[in-house]
Design a protein around this ligand. Structure first.
Ligand code: G3P
Ligand code: CA
Length: 244
């Protein structure tokens, strides 16, 4: 039976507080083929890993991350709301995450999702410097819903691997992805069909849908012949459920 690589969405976020080091470490230790995380910027120009524009949902603080300094963001608790067992978990910096991934004996793919619509060139350069410093360039796949963000990543490093995230697939999605020089489309999995995947593959694109969290969805992605799935449950026994 063909296996589909599982990428841990915001880390192993089904069982651990999303976008925390606990979730990333658990994703790696579960054997995920990739780790996905979300990049945002603090008011003093540091890249941190956080999904929402505000810290309200996932920490004990309130407010927009772009209005907080790194020190302020790091004082927040990003674990206690998920479960008291994770009290004290911080919002990770990109640096901290990369440091951990460089420590892993054989790093998996690292999917950095840029939540910034148009990151400043200095911020993108800074990310590349850190990626290089940790020797992780070949493991990184940059993704974004924001076309301009992907353009800026490519401007900073034409060799960077990129993927276009799309909530709605339409007639122009494949051509748009090719025009960006991206290697993959990351569509909402509800939009994926076997025909769409076939056409994307014909154009040399991979298709790595998000976010597949149940056996039925996974079986459909298997039917569609996707290249990887992004899931909150990277250790789930999806194969057994398909076989049975
Ligand atoms: O990268 C796939 C997926 O994470 C995109 O959606 O909202 O979970 O960041 P979201
Ligand atoms: Ca994401």
């Amino acid at each position: 039976m063909r296996t589909i690589p599982l990428w841990a969405h915001r880390g192993y976020s089904g069982r651990y507080p999303e976008n925390t080091m606990a979730a990333f470490i658990a994703g790696v230790e579960a054997g995920a083929s990739g780790i996905e995380c979300d990049l945002r910027e603090t008011s003093d120009g540091h890249l941190v890993i956080l999904h929402d524009a505000t810290v309200d949902r996932t920490t004990d603080g309130v407010g927009a991350i772009e209005d907080m300094t790194l020190d302020e963001a790091r004082r927040l608790d990003a674990g206690i709301g998920f479960h008291p067992a994770f009290t004290g978990a911080c919002i990770p910096t990109l640096e901290e995450f990369l440091a951990y991934m460089s420590y892993v004996a054989s790093p998996c793919l690292i999917n950095l999702e840029w939540k910034l619509p148009a990151p400043r060139p200095a911020v993108v350069q800074n990310a590349f410097q850190r990626i290089e410093a940790y020797g992780l360039a070949s493991f990184i796949l940059h993704s974004s819903f924001h076309v301009e963000s992907l353009r800026r990543v490519k401007q900073a490093n034409p060799h960077a691997r990129t993927a276009l995230l799309v909530d709605e697939v339409d007639a122009g999605t494949i051509d748009q992805t090719v025009a960006l020089g991206a290697e993959a489309i990351h569509p909402n999995y509800h939009q994926v069909t076997p025909n769409f995947v076939r056409r994307a593959h014909q154009q040399g694109l991979r298709v790595n849908p998000f976010t597949v969290n149940d056996a039925r969805g996974f079986a459909w992605m298997y039917e569609c012949n996707v290249d990887a799935v992004i899931t909150n449950w990277p250790a789930a026994q999806w194969w057994k459920q398909i076989e049975s």
